[in-house]
Design a protein around this ligand. Sequence first.
Ligand code: ZN
Length: 469
Amino acid sequence: MKTSLFPALMLAVISLMSCTSQNQSDRLLLTGLQVIDIETGDIAENHSILIEGNTIKDIFKDESKAADGARSISMQGKYAIPGLWDMHIHLRGGQDLIGSNKKMLPLYTANGVTTVRDAGGDLTPSIFEWRSEIKTGSLNGPYIYTSGPKIDGPDPTWEGSIEVQSEEDISKALDSLQSMGIDYIKIYESTLSGEAYLEIIRQAEERGLTVTGHMPMSIFIDDAILAGLDGIEHLYYVLKGTSDREGEITSKVYNGQLGFWDAVAELKDSYNEDTARVFYQELVDKNVYVVPTLHIDDVLSFLHEEDHSGDEYLAYIPDDLRQTYQRRVRSAQRRDAEAIQFEKELNDLFKKVTHDLQQAGVKLLAGSDAGAYNSYVYPGISLHRELEAFTTAGLTPLQALQASSYNGAHFFGDYNKIGSIEAGKTADLLILNENPLADIENTTDIYSVISKGKLLQPEELNELLKSKN
Ligand SMILES: [Zn+2]
């Protein structure tokens, strides 16, 4: 893992972002860039990007055109990629944590993460407020797609979830989510029945909603996919499709003979290469996205032995939010040697599965699961760690990057507007000192960030760095 000046720089960006005025020239010309095509990995050398307002207006070979009246900035030899997307975060923790959640938003932008997907929480009204503040520029942060509250069964684990049992409950839940203006449906399964789960997917599908989630272990994954599931959050559920004993394990869960973790253990032990291959093809055919969340697994698997008190990024996490990290720390400390061994093996299998899913052509989404309660997974930088975990699993840097902005924008059907560096698209850019296709860790070597056309540039950062010291 590369260490850099970045945490200090990040503070500077945050301060800068809160004081930069909006009345810069409306036309911005960035010259001398190596522009990376996120679809092919081709690099257009020595190109200029013309930005007007929040939109990429034009991209052209330097000196081939003039851009009169534009504020021109040389970025000679720097690399431009689309702003990064973190496709699985949480804004949550109840009324007391509203302020701290809001404080985390600039961390995403400062780390080049210009879009996030909130995967369910209890702060939905605040999220919509933040979203409009970000849009008008009065708050600095990423664009937020949100599922609103999670849907779950009675007395669910997570505060603020919508509780459903009957078909009618489900219909009302979807009515209320739609009236809030959510972007997709997120299902959780702490107490939800398999029947209700499938019914949510069917009804969401009828309404044309995108639906993703965890999954009760008491149903077959094929049934969820046939009902219309659009995305699988975390790899535990993918293991159902890779097991040659899914039927037997599913019945045992259904009959109350197996709990979640025992089921995962049996699925892991019954992993079968051929079964997996057939299942991955089904995911490709049905266009089901998978969100591996590898980085948080890396962190949680070693939580019992890793001391995070000196983490440089911990400094950015407010105390009240830090307190929520203790819940998982306490449960990690209760693990015995056998449980620790199991988690390590599972962690290895998840990396193999991620690699094989990519090889099979399944669309992966890079999501870090940053948020309250998810210990030491720091907003912003955690997405870079997720991309690194993807390459550790065997993906190329380009494939890892595609799992962020490119697949993210496709997931929401918005790729015509955002997600790549093309004329007419939203001007969300990350400018890097070194080539990220050569080494994914170069995504942390940030030169500047352009968020909705607003530039955060190095000279200003350096000034602020000096004034901090
Ligand atoms: Zn999550």
